[in-house]
Design a protein around this ligand. Structure first.
Ligand SMILES: NC(=O)c1ccc[n+]([C@@H]2O[C@H](COP(=O)([O-])OP(=O)(O)OC[C@H]3O[C@@H](n4cnc5c(N)ncnc54)[C@H](OP(=O)(O)O)[C@@H]3O)[C@@H](O)[C@H]2O)c1
Length: 298
């Protein structure tokens, strides 16, 4: 089993929590007071911002990641804000590790109300160039990194009539060049959510998917190239990007309203609309952009 820890130049990047200056109108975050929330992949990025938002809203937190050093730093920052938090290093593509992660929540707080499967590895490579094991690593992190935490947490979430949110992408709604395994994994978990909603409707458990659009990333974020080497993410125009804090508030709004599906951003909704109702036009636009905006994909 190859290590899926992506190397980073700075193992403990500095991070300052900035509460969003544009709170979601009508958000009543007291719905989270006292709830126990487990967020996978929350040592950095959107998962960390979501942990801060949930802490601010009164939730008790279980944070997770692959690096104890980065996780401990995030835990310190959360504690400094006065939020109850426990950390657990666990590779979410391994079922035993997920069982340990859920046990940490139960041993610490005695209950589990909210699961957010956020951990993921992304990629930047055309399918024809990709090593098969790299495809598998990206797919596994998005599929089993969602399936295994939920499988371990399910009895507790059913008991609390809690909430599960799969963090997906607008690229699950349509294909995206240079993202084959990532798009396939994100699309798979949408279908999984639908199946589970049907199977578990009688339990009162909320199961939803949030399709995120372009978000400002940590400068240290890395994705895999065709050979499995960590590389910076491809260029995205800053004007298309939401902040991590804005995205975190949207995730909280999705959970609070127990929505089945949230597509984030006007651009995300436009992409979803075009690919659903005008798919040939959508493909034409993407092919044009592949010629004119190579740096967007490569
Ligand atoms: N950023 C965007 O523009 C965007 C757009 C659409 C969707 N999304 C989705 O939003 C979510 C968060 O993205 P992000 O941008 O915040 O990514 P990120 O900065 O790379 O954070 C992902 C986190 O997941 C952790 N992780 C990866 N594999 C793991 C594993 N097997 N077990 C445990 N933890 C693991 C990473 O740990 P390490 O740091 O140790 O690697 C990292 O802390 C992902 O599901 C992503 O697909 C993001």
């Amino acid at each position: 089993m190859p290590s899926i820890l992506l190397e980073r130049s700075d193992p403990t990047p500095s991070f300052t929590h900035k509460p969003t200056d544009t709170p979601i109108p009508g958000a009543r975050q007291s719905a989270f007071a006292g709830k126990v929330a487990l967020i996978t992949g929350s040592e950095s990025g959107i998962g960390r911002a979501t942990a801060f938002a949930l802490g601010e809203a009164g939730a008790r937190l279980v944070i997770n990641g692959l690096s104890d050093e980065r996780l401990a730093q995030t835990e310190r920052l959360l504690r400094a804000e006065g939020y109850p938090v426990v950390r657990c290093v666990a590779d979410v593509t391994q079922f035993d590790a997920c069982q340990r992660l859920v046990d940490t929540a139960i041993d610490t707080y005695g209950q589990l109300d909210i699961l957010i499967t956020n951990a993921s590895i992304s990629m930047r490579a055309y399918f024809a160039d990709m090593q098969p094991d790299v495809f598998q690593r990206v797919l596994d992190s998005n599929v089993y990194g969602t399936v295994y935490p939920l499988k371990a947490a399910l009895p507790h979430l059913i008991e609390s009539r809690g909430s599960v949110t799969f963090i997906s992408s607008i690229s699950a709604l349509n294909g995206m060049p240079s993202g084959s395994a990532y798009c396939a994994g994100k699309a798979a978990i949408s279908n999984l959510a639908h199946t589970l909603r049907l199977e578990l409707a009688h339990t009162g458990l909320h199961i939803g998917v949030v399709h995120l659009g372009f978000t400002k990333n940590d400068t240290t974020k890395r994705v895999l190239d065709a050979n499995g080497q960590p590389v910076p993410i491809a260029y995205r125009s800053p004007r298309w990007q939401k902040t991590q804090e804005q995205v975190a508030q949207l995730i909280l709004g999705h959970i609070r309203r127990r929505r089945q599906r949230t597509v984030v951003s006007g651009l995300g909704k436009l992409i979803a609309f075009v690919h659903t109702y005008l798919p040939r036009l959508g493909d034409w636009i993407v092919r044009q952009s592949m010629r004119r905006l190579r740096h967007f994909y490569e």
